[in-house]
Design a protein around this ligand. Structure first.
Ligand code: UGA
Length: 434
C-alpha cells in the first residue's frame, strides 16, 4: 500500500519505518528540513533501539522516502497518517495546532479519495472535528474518511511494540475505510478491535490512565511498606500472580515520567471536567505521582537535616532506561530540589549529556558513575539503567565521603548493600542496615 506519514517525531518515524518493513511504500513528511536531511542520509534523529537498523533497511530496499513536500505526500498515497505533536497546553488541554495545520494542507492538496488516519494522541472528538473542518473548507465526504488508530508504543521498546502489539484499534465510521485499514494491518496477524472513533480516541487515554494508576497505587503501597517494615516487591509479585491483575507496571519507584503518562492523565481530568465526570481516581494518581517524584529528597533531608554544601550524586536522568528522553523525568524534579536546598549536584547518565548541561549549566556532569561518587554524601538513583545494578558497591563506598544510597528504582540487591555496609533507603523496602 502507499502510505504517507506526516510528522517524523517519535510516533511518526517508528510507524513509517514499521509500515515500510511490513512491505508498504512509505513517504515520511516533515516540515523540518534538518530532520529530513538527516533521515535521508540514514542518520537517526532520536535514540531508539533498532532505529538505525530499520532506517538503513528501509532506505536500501526503497521502502521509504523522506520529504518536506507535503503536497507530494498527500497526492501520492491513499492512506495518510497524521503523527504530528500534540503537546499539553498549560491548562491541560491538548494543543491541536499542528494537527490543524496538517488538515489545512490536506484540504489544499487532496485530489482523490484518501483515508486520513489519526495516530497522534488527540482531543476526544477530533475525528468529527477534522471531518467538519474539511467540509468547511469545501472538501466533500466522498474525498475522504477519517479513522482513529491510536498507538501504544513504549519508548525504548517501540519497534517490538509496533510489530508485536497486543491490539490494534481502529475507530471508523465508513465501511470502505474499515476495509482499507483491515488490509493494511492484515499481515500483522494481531487482534484488531473495530469501534467508533470516539471510543478509539478514549481507549488511548483509558489505557495510559489505567497504567499510571497501577503505578501510583503500588507506590502508595510501597510508602506504607516503608512505614511498617513491609516489602513491596513481595506484594507486587503476589498481586501479579493473580491473572486479573497481571504482574506488569507494578514496579514501585519514584513515579512515572515521560511525554505520555503525565500529559494524558492531565488530559483525562480535563476531558472529564468538560463532560461532568469527576475522575477522582486519575486526580489521585497525579497527586500521588507529584509527591512520589521527590521522595528521595524527603528521605535525604530526614537523614541529614541540612544538605547545603554537601555533594549529592544523581544517577539516571532519563524518565526510564533505554531512551534519551528527559521530559518529566523524576531526576529533573530531584535536581531542582537539591539546587533549592543548596546542595552541590554531580550527575551521570549513560545517554544524556548535552541536554542536561543546557538546562543546568551549574551542575557537574560526570563521564562515569564512579566519578560522581567522589566526595559525595549521597547517591540518588533515579533510573534503572542496567549498568547501575553491576556497580561495585565497595568501590562506590570507598569514593564517597558519607556512604548513603537512595535507590529510587529498587535496583540493588539487599544482601550486596548489607555486605558493603552502606546506608541505604529504597522504595517500599524499609530502611536497611548501617
Ligand atoms: C507509555 C505507554 O506504556 C505506551 O503504551 C504508550 O503508547 C505511550 O506511553 C504513549 O502514550 O505514547 P512510555 O511513556 O514510553 O509509554 O513509557 P512506559 O514504559 O510506559 O513508562 C512510563 C513511566 O512509568 C516511566 O517513567 C517508568 O519509569 C514508569 N514506570 C513504569 C514505573 O514507575 N513503574 C512501572 O512498573 C512501570
Amino acid at each position: 500500500m502507499k502510505i504517507t506519514v506526516i510528522g517524523s517525531g517519535y510516533v511518526g518515524l517508528i510507524a513509517a519505518l514499521g509500515f515500510g518493513i511490513k512491505n508498504n511504500k512509505v513517504i515520511c513528511v516533515d516540515k523540518d528540513k534538518e530532520k529530513i536531511k538527516s533521515l535521508k542520509k540514514g542518520i537517526p534523529i532520536i535514540y531508539e533501539k533498532g532505529l538505525d537498523k530499520y532506517l538503513k533497511k528501509c532506505i536500501e530496499e526503497k521502502k521509504i522516502t523522506f520529504s518536506t513536500d507535503i503536497k507530494k505526500g498527500i497526492r501520492e498515497s491513499n492512506i495518510i497518517f497524521i503523527a504530528v505533536g500534540t503537546p499539553a497546553l498549560n491548562n491541560g488541554d491538548v494543543d491541536m495546532t499542528q494537527v490543524k495545520e496538517v488538515i489545512n494542507d490536506i484540504s489544499k492538496y487532496i485530489n482523490e479519495y484518501k483515508v486520513i488516519v489519526n495516530k497522534s494522541t488527540v482531543a476526544i472528538g477530533t475525528q468529527k472535528y477534522i471531518k467538519r473542518m474539511l467540509n468547511d473548507k469545501g472538501i466533500s465526504n466522498e474525498y475522504f474518511d477519517i479513522v482513529s488508530n491510536p498507538e501504544f508504543l513504549r519508548e525504548g521498546k517501540a519497534f517490538d511494540d509496533f510489530f508485536n502489539t497486543d491490539r490494534i484499534v481502529i475507530g471508523y465510521d465508513s465501511e470502505i475505510a474499515k476495509e482499507i485499514m483491515g488490509k493494511l494491518y492484515k499481515n500483522f496477524n494481531k487482534k484488531i478491535v473495530y469501534t467508533n472513533p470516539e471510543t478509539a480516541e478514549l481507549i488511548k487515554y483509558a489505557s495510559n490512565g489505567f497504567l499510571a494508576t497501577k503505578i501510583s497505587f503500588i507506590n502508595e503501597i510501597a510508602n506504607l511498606c516503608d512505614e511498617i517494615g513491609g516489602n513491596v516487591e513481595d506484594i507486587s509479585y503476589v498481586l501479579g500472580l493473580d491473572k486479573r491483575i497481571s504482574p506488569l507496571f507494578l514496579n514501585a519507584g519514584i513515579g512515572f515520567g515521560g511525554s505520555c503518562f503525565p500529559k494524558d492523565t492531565q488530559a483525562l481530568v480535563k476531558i472529564g471536567k468538560k463532560y461532568g465526570v469527576a475522575f477522582n481516581v486519575i486526580k489521585s494518581t497525579i497527586d500521588v505521582n507529584n509527591k512520589q517524584r521527590i521522595i528521595p529528597i524527603k528521605k535525604l533531608l530526614n537523614h541529614y537535616k541540612d544538605i547545603s554544601g554537601k555533594i549529592i550524586s544523581v544517577l539516571g536522568l532519563t524518565f526510564k532506561p533505554g531512551t534519551d528522553d528527559i521530559r518529566e523525568a523524576p531526576a529533573i524534579y530531584i535536581i531542582n530540589e537539591l539546587i533549592k536546598n543548596e546542595a552541590i549536584v554531580k550527575c551521570y547518565d549513560p545517554n544524556v549529556s548535552r541536554k542536561i548541561k543546557e538546562i543546568y549549566p551549574q551542575i557537574e556532569y560526570c563521564n562515569t558513575p564512579y566519578d560522581t561518587f567522589i566526595d559525595s554524601s549521597c547517591a540518588i538513583f533515579c533510573t534503572e539503567w542496567d549498568e547501575f545494578s553491576k556497580l561495585d558497591l565497595f568501590k562506590l563506598k570507598d569514593k564517597m565521603k558519607e556512604p548513603l544510597i537512595i535507590d529510587g528504582r529498587n535496583i540493588f540487591d539487599y544482601k550486596d548493600v548489607k555486605k558493603a555496609k552502606i546506608n541505604y533507603f529504597a522504595i517500599g523496602r524499609g530502611y536497611i542496615y548501617k
